[in-house]
Design a protein around this ligand. Structure first.
Ligand SMILES: NC(=O)c1ccc[n+]([C@@H]2O[C@H](COP(=O)([O-])OP(=O)(O)OC[C@H]3O[C@@H](n4cnc5c(N)ncnc54)[C@H](O)[C@@H]3O)[C@@H](O)[C@H]2O)c1
Length: 257
């Protein structure tokens, strides 16, 4: 019997880079997944591929995490499809067209919009799901945070590339970590728990000069693959972690030591 036998897990941004791998891992552990996504050609194709591989263990439901009515439709759609929801993985990565600029170039409106969509969306999804989980009698939330919510950026690893570590991201992910503790405390006695995962950087075609500089701060591998994070997710979604609550698990090959 798989670790997540019978569990129904909603993964926001489930058609993205980490989300697809998370979906595969939950299904491999005998769970069922609702991939909650904004629908476009890329996400639709990813969901079709997941359904082709895993059949009815995966369902795609349209959802924008910045819209309460959309989240409520997601919850209804997931319950209609699978009968209940055991867990929410707050994993979507909303950002606007200006996201990713250097500190000096970030406009106030873009800062506010990106923090609002991402941290605000994680709050809103948690609020709507907690409402459902309370009525259901149990629930589990895993928030995707980041090493950049834990430590200050090492800007030197980006030297000589077009990349940077956006200031919005630091604010969002440190906020998501406190949101995690807040939710855990708020849900005392409700049978609902909430934890966070803070992955290090995930390899995705970044320039070699960056990968080498990044690797110099790690203990073995350097940038990770999405698969390197799935064990921690499955643990937090499973009953093995039943009394782990309000915690953050850093999965970064020692990068933040
Ligand atoms: N990739 C990394 O290096 C890394 C490292 C640490 C943490 N993380 C975190 O992991 C999570 C997933 O990251 P990723 O790299 O897979 O991102 P990604 O961009 O590949 O995927 C994110 C998904 O979110 C969806 N999305 C965007 N806006 C949405 C909205 N408003 N409502 C619903 N869905 C929406 C997108 O369609 C996309 O499929 C994020 O929280 C990210 O911050 C990523």
């Amino acid at each position: 019997m798989g670790l997540l036998q019978g569990k129904v897990v909603v993964i926001t941004g489930g058609a993205g880079r980490l989300g697809r791998v998370f979906t595969e891992a939950v299904v491999a552990a005998d769970g069922r997944v609702v991939v909650a996504e904004v629908m476009n050609a890329r996400t639709t194709a990813a969901i079709e591929a997941l359904r082709a591989a895993h059949g009815d263990a995966v369902a795609g439901v349209e959802c924008d995490i910045t819209d309460a009515a959309s989240l409520d439709r997601l919850i209804k759609g997931a319950v209609d499809r699978f009968g209940r929801i055991d867990a929410l993985v707050n994993n979507a990565y909303p950002r606007n067209a200006a996201y990713g600029r250097r500190f000096e170039e970030v406009a106030y409106a873009d800062f506010v919009e990106n923090v609002g969509m991402h941290a605000g969306g994680y709050f809103l999804a948690a609020q709507r799901f907690i409402d459902h989980f309370r009525r259901q009698g149990h629930g589990n939330i895993v928030n995707m945070a980041s090493i950049y919510g834990v430590v200050a950026p090492r800007f030197e690893v980006y030297a000589g590339t077009d990349m940077t570590m956006p200031v919005e991201y630091a604010v969002i992910k440190s906020g998501v970590l406190m949101l995690t503790r807040y939710i855990a405390a708020h849900c005392a006695g409700m049978g609902i728990r909430c934890n966070a995962i803070s992955p290090g950087g995930i390899r995705d075609g970044q320039p070699e000069v960056f990968l080498e500089r990044y690797r110099a701060h790690a203990l073995t591998k350097g940038m990770l693959d999405a698969h390197d994070v799935t064990g921690t997710l499955l643990f937090l979604l499973s009953d093995l972690s039943a009394y782990i609550n309000g915690q953050n698990i850093v999965v970064d090959d020692g990068w933040t030591l």
